[in-house]
Design a protein around this ligand. Sequence first.
Ligand SMILES: [Zn+2]
Length: 215
Amino acid sequence: MNITKLTSVKTICNSYLIEEDGFVVIIDPGQDGVVEAEIDSKGYQPEYILLTHEHFDHVQDLEAVREKYGVPVIASRTCSERLGDPRTNLSIIEDILSYYKTGVVSEEKSPRFVCREAEITYEGEYDLVWRGHSFTFIEAPGHSPGCVLITLDGEYCFTGDYMLSNEEPTLRLRGGNEADYRNITVPILEMIPDGTKICPGHGVSYTKGHETEAE
Ligand SMILES: [Zn+2]
């Protein structure tokens, strides 16, 4: 198994490809065509798209990728429902968010967009066995209502906008909820064992318990 991290230029959002025998699972198709470019250059065959949450930077290429390869999308029911509205996927405020982050007014206006609902949805927890590997999904609201944590083989955790290296999660965007974060998600994050490889939606990957050695 190989895991490749691909980073979108515009919002520095990480997408991941998990590859086994030329087949891949995509986590968060991101932006800027980075996922398609990698899949096509390697000749990979996609089988699933998994989503950590509904925000535009993680799903802008979702429709293009699912159309092109004809693969099902797996997302929490809440995430799935919120993909279809620019106010809940936040594409309506992309330029404002980027202005606050960078202080630069973007020359090109970013498009508002919507995505169709996921083919496979779940509430609470969900398990997927894929080519000898096991994915576990668990809902973790706070940053947004549709957030989940995705564990692979008990060894890797794809955390979306949680557990970014040296950064507290943003809880103030539309749909953010500090009480949900403290009451539901923090206890789940605390249960992730030391030694787990943390693969966040932005920034560097690192091993839990060895944060100072982040690469
Ligand atoms: Zn987000």
